[in-house]
Design a protein around this ligand. Sequence first.
Ligand SMILES: [Zn+2]
Length: 234
Amino acid sequence: MAKVVDTPEYSIRESKRARRLTIKVSSWAGVEVVVPPRFNRSEIRKFIQSKAGWIKKSLEQIGPVKELQKPDTIYLGLLGETWQVEYSPSQDNRLGVSETDANVLLLTGPVEGPVDVAAALNQWLQKRAKTILDPWLHQLSSELSLPFSRASVRRQRTKWGSCSAEKSISLNRNLLFLSEAMVRYVLVHELCHVRQLNHSDKFWRLLETFEPNARETAASIRKESKLVPRWAMA
Ligand SMILES: [Zn+2]
């Protein structure tokens, strides 16, 4: 007998950039169906039902749905910087983010929607993360004689960093919210993977030659994700 699955509650958002029907599940908007302009809406329900299992699982993972808030301040622990965020609505089509002196981050354009604001702030964060983390990784790499092939900085949802068999290191841009000691630990951890692509005793011994408290840091770094604001996960 076929399993009966309820149709989950959802909202519909029309996007000019959307090419096809997509479903987004987030802790601030719940289940959102993004449709291209002039989409035949009668097809949505069927599509939702076909994905009901996946949607249910995703909703369980994110927990209660809570609206996204626009931040008033941003604290980048790694740099010891506190930014005041100011919103100045204007007629521009594009949401602009500019740094002014006195650590004010000025947002202009369509600044009403928290999701749009989050997207603009995340672009700003991405740029900052790249200019900070890239050179630091290169510097540590030559200092410790642990050469890697490629580095990338992007948002990762569940990891602070990763290293591939091709010695390509990927760093989470949200490391900017952590303390310097924690970020250094992550960078050195990933660099050690270019020699030991596992978490064997050999790996830990290598890491401990550079980071004597590596095991304690590894245990405590999980809790650091609470330093990442919700907008940075949007
Ligand atoms: Zn690792």
